[in-house]
Design a protein around this ligand. Structure first.
Ligand code: TYD
Length: 134
């Protein structure tokens, strides 16, 4: 089983402004099928709170900071994203929430799958049962 992983991205420091990037297969473990971003999040709001059957994701805090809270069916794992040159790889079948958004933060998310409602698991008990083989 693949594991969540915080990946340090290249950072090209330049007095004109810094530049970072990711590309498959060097920094990104999958080819991108879809890109979306979450922004204008009011203080205290939580996004996500579901798992994906097939979809894998890679999340970068392009601006500001937020926490990605993962659950593997047994344990919780928390990543604080606050650098635009860090990317968090999340394998499929991890429950995940995004919370603690700072003002004006932007979460960039790339995925290996096109959007499908059918890929979502929105019930935590169903997720735990699936993970734990019930
Ligand atoms: P959703 O993934 O449920 O957001 P969150 O879990 O963070 O609350 O997506 C919210 C809505 O946006 C939902 O109706 C589906 C739609 N959506 C798309 O149409 N395409 C996409 O790529 C994504 C991520 C969401």
């Amino acid at each position: 089983m693949q594991k969540p992983e915080l990946i340090e991205l290249p950072k090209i420091v330049d007095p004109r402004g810094n530049l970072s990037f990711f590309e498959y297969p060097k920094q990104l473990p999958f080819e991108i099928a879809r890109t979306y971003w979450i922004y204008d999040v009011p203080g205290g709001e939580i996004r996500g709170s579901h798992a994906f059957r097939e979809q894998q994701e890679f999340i970068v805090a392009l601006s500001g900071s937020f926490d990605v809270v993962l659950h593997d069916g047994k344990d919780e794992l928390r990543f604080s994203l606050n650098r635009s040159y860090h990317g968090l790889f999340i394998p499929n079948l991890f429950w995940r929430s995004l919370e603690n958004f700072s003002t004006n933060s932007i979460a960039l998310i790339v995925s290996n799958k096109k959007f499908s409602h059918l890929d979502y698991i929105r019930d935590f008990e169903e997720f735990k049962n699936l993970k734990n083989g019930f």
